[in-house]
Write a new protein. Structure first.
Length: 398
């Protein structure tokens, strides 16, 4: 893994407001996850600048903290939900369901009905069974079909579970009209943490072909939804949002027509880099030839993505040691506190050789898919959430 690369200073994706020296001044007992709301606002501003004419629908599944939802709502973002529970959270904050997209392609019938009663009117689908549920539970609703597209350049592919091919999508939209539903749009997902901007170009082209075919049958789509997948910066390099925005703009220009609404569902991209987890080392051991560090936060307490990716997940790391940048290093296996042997963050991670019990590890880019996944497995509590900032973007946001 590249986590242990010697750093001459805090990595570029690490907000200066969340540098270890600043966090130590908080005086908060670990573990905690501190989120800078100014960074969230800045990421939203940069996203909208790179995607002119594209409406943001934050994918709240990756971090549904009310503080983040309020910050994004205040900046003009709408929201994408995966369940009725998420819609209820938005309603509690005063968000109008009419502006929300329900993009989970397979939904409980009761959730469809309740969301429709609340005023939500746009639902995704990818099968005739889902269309039948929507027609029964939300008669007359607008529906958008999810295309299956190439997601091979993403860290987390999604096409095996969701999406339909172009021919079936065409037939499904005709079926939607027959069922009294409103054939409203097309969506896709290039996979979470997509590493290739060209994936959007290809997916938009596939959506455009469907648009042309449906128009010949009297169906003009009102929305194209670019889905999610917009990457955040961890350790490995990823395309910038400006680079992705250029590809998206060129691809949209090639569509047979421009729908009234061009939507996108960024999640990780908006919030990952706004958060840092602080976790104290609770044990250092030697297992055969390996040096092990045990921390109070593991896969089940906020770092689930370390179990979902081969070789672990590349969070940028720092420590509380004052000489971190220049200290001699050793490769460590870094593991969580539970009794589950698979609860391990990564292997061969280069860290200062003098780390010991009581020192603190800081994991950057930890604002997405951390507390949203966390549990109290084995009785170890998830990190305490802390929020700083006012939700105003920093002037030098990138």
């Amino acid at each position: 893994m590249s986590l242990g690369t010697v750093m001459s200073g805090i990595p570029g994706q690490w907000p200066t407001s969340l540098a270890p020296a600043m966090l130590e001044a908080i005086g908060m007992a670990t573990p905690y996850l501190v989120t800078d709301l100014d960074v969230v606002a800045g990421r939203h501003a940069a996203f909208t600048a790179a995607m002119p004419g594209v409406q943001t629908f934050y994918a709240m599944k990756c971090n549904p903290a009310p503080e983040i939802l309020r910050t994004l709502a205040d900046r003009g973002s709408s929201f994408e939900i995966a369940s009725l529970g998420e819609l209820r959270m938005l309603q509690a904050l005063g968000v109008d369901p009419a502006g929300v997209l329900y993009s989970n392609p397979v939904k409980p019938p009761a959730h469809i009905a309740a969301a429709h009663r609340a005023g939500l009117w746009r639902f995704s689908f990818d099968s005739p069974n889902e269309l039948a549920k929507i027609a029964e539970q939300a008669p007359g609703a607008a529906v958008y079909v999810r295309l299956r597209v190439d997601d091979s350049t993403s860290v987390f592919p999604l096409s095996r579970k969701f999406g339909t091919d172009a021919d079936d999508a065409y037939e499904l939209m005709l079926l939607a009209r027959q069922l009294g539903l409103r054939p409203y749009g097309v969506t896709f997902h290039v996979g979470s943490q997509c590493g290739n901007a060209g994936a959007y170009r290809n997916a938009i082209a596939a959506a455009g072909a469907l648009m042309s075919r449906l128009r010949a049958d009297g169906i003009t789509l009102e929305m194209i939804d670019l889905g999610g997948g917009f990457p955040a910066r961890y350790v490995a390099g990823v395309p910038t949002i400006s680079e992705i925005g250029d590809v998206v703009a060129a691809a949209l220009a090639e569509l047979p027509y421009r729908p009234a609404l061009v939507a996108a569902e960024p999640g990780r991209h908006l919030v990952a880099e706004s958060g840092v987890i602080a976790a104290t080392i609770i044990g250092r051991e030697r297992r055969g030839t390996e040096n092990w560090l045990f921390t109070e936060v593991g896969a089940y307490h906020g770092l689930m993505e370390t179990l979902q990716t081969p070789g672990g997940w590349d969070f940028p790391l720092w420590t509380s040691l004052p000489d971190h940048a220049g200290a001699p290093q050793l490769p460590f296996t870094v593991t969580g506190p539970s009794c589950d042997s698979s609860d391990t963050i990564g292997y061969g991670i280069l860290l200062p050789a003098t780390l010991t019990v009581g020192d603190v590890l800081y994991l950057g880019s930890a604002g997405a898919y951390t507390l949203a996944y966390a549990s109290a497995f084995n009785g170890f509590q998830p990190p305490t959430p802390i929020f700083v900032g006012t939700g105003v973007p920093p002037r030098d946001d990138r």
